[in-house]
Write a protein that binds this ligand. Sequence first.
Ligand code: FAD
Length: 320
Amino acid sequence: MEQNKEMDRLAEIFGKENVLKDEPMSRHTTFRIGGAADFFVKVQTISQLQEAMRYLKKEQIPFYIVGNGSNLLVRDEGVRGVVLQLGERFSGYEFLHETPGSVAQSGTAVDKNQIVMVRAKAGSLLGRLGKEFAEYSLSGFEFASGIPGTLGGAVYMNAGAYGGEIKDILVRATLMDMDGSLFEFTNQQMQFGYRKSIAAEKNYIVLEADLALHVSSKEEVLAKMAELSAQRRLKQPLEYPSAGSTFKRPEGYFAGKLISDAGLKGFSVGGAQVSEKHAGFVINTGNATAADVIALTDAVRDKVFEKYGVKLELEIKQLG
Ligand SMILES: Cc1cc2nc3c(=O)[nH]c(=O)nc-3n(C[C@H](O)[C@H](O)[C@H](O)COP(=O)(O)OP(=O)(O)OC[C@H]3O[C@@H](n4cnc5c(N)ncnc54)[C@H](O)[C@@H]3O)c2cc1C
C-alpha cells in the first residue's frame, strides 16, 4: 500500500485525529496481543463509512471492522489494510416510544412487565448500556452487562451468558452491506444461532439494534447484575488478559471440562496458558504472542480429540 497516499485519503474522509498509522492492535484487544495494523480508524458517521468502503474497495485495500476487541486474536504480523472501529458517535441509545414518565423520572417501576423499546448504537459498550438500563429499572439486559464487548460485536456473535442471548431481546437491527447499502433485519432475518448470525455469515456491519426490555425494579436489576458479576469473578480469570471462552461449546459437552479432564489446566506455550481457574479460557500471562496462543490452542485441540474424539472449534476470531 502506498501509505502516504492512503493516509492522506483516510484523513480526508475521517479527519486526521481519527486515523492512526502502524497502530499496535495489542492496544485494542483484551488479549493485549497483536501486531500493528497499517491503519486504525475511528469511524464517526455512516456517510464516512460509506465513502471509505467505496474508496477501499476501488483501491482493493482490505478492511475489517472491530468492536472492543474482546473476542479477537490478532496475528503478530499485524493487519495489512485498514481496521475500522465505530467511534464515540456510534455510542448511546434512545427510547423508541415516549419514555414511560414514571420510569424515566423516578427510576422506579410502576407497571411491571411493560415492554420498553430501546434503539442502541452498535459502538456502545455492553457494560455501559447495562448500567444505564438499570437506572431506568429495565430488565432483560443483565446477562450482557458483564460481557466486555460492544453491542455490534455482541449482535454479530449473538453473545450470550447465564441463560440469555442477544437473540432473546433483539427485535430489529440496522445493518450495512459491503457496498454501503443500509437495511433493517428482523430478529428472524438475523438467523441467530449459537455464537452466530447472518451479519457474521455475510460480513454485514451492525450499526444499531432495537432491543425489547421490560420494566422491573431497579433493585432487582442491580441485584441480578451484581450476582452475575460475582459469578464471573469467582469462575473466570478476569485478572489476566484474555478473549473470553477460547472454544465454542461442542454439542453435548463443555469445552472447559474436556480440557480440564484432559489434564491441560495450566498447560502453557510461551506466555499463553490454559487458565488454572477456568480451563475454557486461554490467558496471556505477560508476554504472550499470537503464535503462542495458536500453538497452545492447536495442542489443546489435538489432545482433546485424541482423548475424547471431540473436535473443538475456536470461538475467538482471528485477524491478520
Ligand atoms: C473476560 C471475557 C469474558 C467474556 N464473556 C463472554 C460471555 O459471557 N459471552 C459471550 O458471548 N462472549 C463473551 N466474551 C467474548 C466477547 O466479549 C464477545 O464475543 C463480544 O460480543 C465481542 O464484542 P466486541 O465488540 O469486543 O467484538 P470484537 O472482539 O471487536 O469482534 C468480534 C467479531 O465481531 C465483529 N464485529 C465487531 N463489531 C462489529 C460491528 N459493529 N458490525 C459487524 N461486525 C462486528 C468483528 O469483525 C469480529 O469478527 C468474553 C470476553 C472476555 C475477554
